[in-house]
Design a protein. Sequence first.
Length: 472
Amino acid sequence: MLLDDESESTNSFHDDMIRVIDRLPREEEYRRVRHLLLHRPEITITDEQLAEIIPFCPHLESVVLTGVPETTDRTIVVLAEKAINLVGLNLSGCAQITDVGVLELTNKSLPLQWVQLNGVVGLTDPSISAIAKSCSRLLELEVCDLPLLTPVAVRDIWSFSRKLRTFRLANNPLLTDKAFPSALAEGLAETEEDKPLPHRPTTWLEQLPPLILRHSADNLRALDLSHCKVTDDAVEGIVNHAPRIQTFILSGCSLLTDRALASISKLRDHLDVLMVAHVSNITDRGLVNLARVWTWHTKDETDSSIEVCRNLTDLSVFELASLPSLRRLSLVRVHKLTDIGIFSLAEHAVGLERLHLSYCDNLSLDAMHLLLRKLEHLQHLTATGIPSFRRKGVSRFSEPTPPVTYRVNVLVFSAAPIQNFDPDQQAAFCVFTGENVARLRRFLDKEDKRRREAEARNIPFVMRSDDRMDLY
């Protein structure tokens, strides 16, 4: 009977816990707050207010402070002391936090499972290494945009965070191949012939030995290395060490070549999402070989997504169209793409749901019309900067022009507040989503029917912007 009472009490306790979003909890809510999520609070919240309230909220399990950029170490120290059940923490954009606050978190042995520290520019290697060594339950770690992060701390993450499923390292300028597992076999040393001549002085980072690991990162599913200075060797070592990566983001890694794609092909049916935008050394040959391996091993139920670089041609699109599970494809600024590639997508990529074709300026409206007719599952089409889409009547189906801080040519499934739109970019904006894709399809069908009727009656065809079917 006592056990039943205890069980009922526990259930009642958890049922009574609440989630507070974009505001501070009220006094009567302090002991009931389980999740404090401050993304975009309507009223400005100060660091002092946080530091005063957090001590009275002992049951916090997840805390997001991205909407309080002035958060300081004082608040983090209080949080580490009082929130003994803290599982998740997002401090992205809180630039005033330093190693002092993060080290206090690690010293308390909190059961952290996900930590996001993007843009906390004052953090250095000791705090990131401490997270790797002390947070044994860590499943997700995001440490993007940290200008002081070096390979030393990242090597500790590979060595100690063996349960990690998501690892994001984008835009860290000091990271090189030394930060990642080596593809070299254990004990294989560089010979004298391999050393570059003439000899040049090296930094202490360059003198780090290859990272040889005795374990595999079998749990790792998502890895983001966007705009890091990694080479083909690093990609090969990563794939050998983490053979089950599903999402691999390498956009802006300009040193990569087709050899990196050959290594990625070893992931076979595990790989779902690949982004290699702005990697100019990748050619059709590398992507075709990858697509052929992917076609052979990919299961029909897999949701595949690819973002490719601008130097590819229709040849790569032919192979990508053959992927049976392709759902999302980004071909932004692929200037060599022609109607032939679009015809291939229309005939073979029948499962496409999201397609980005911005600034592919060689595409005709007729080819895009065929694409719309064939791809019945298409829910999102980006056609910004395609001259043929400036045709009268098409723009009314486009989404409204976004705020000036929106960016068009971004990743497959995200938008980032990176740059302002100039008037030309705003005029070229052309994005169709949801029902507007179907409306555009019906409008072009009617225009095509009117054209055929005009030809049959030997009447000049005039483009219109409305949906009426008469020729005059």
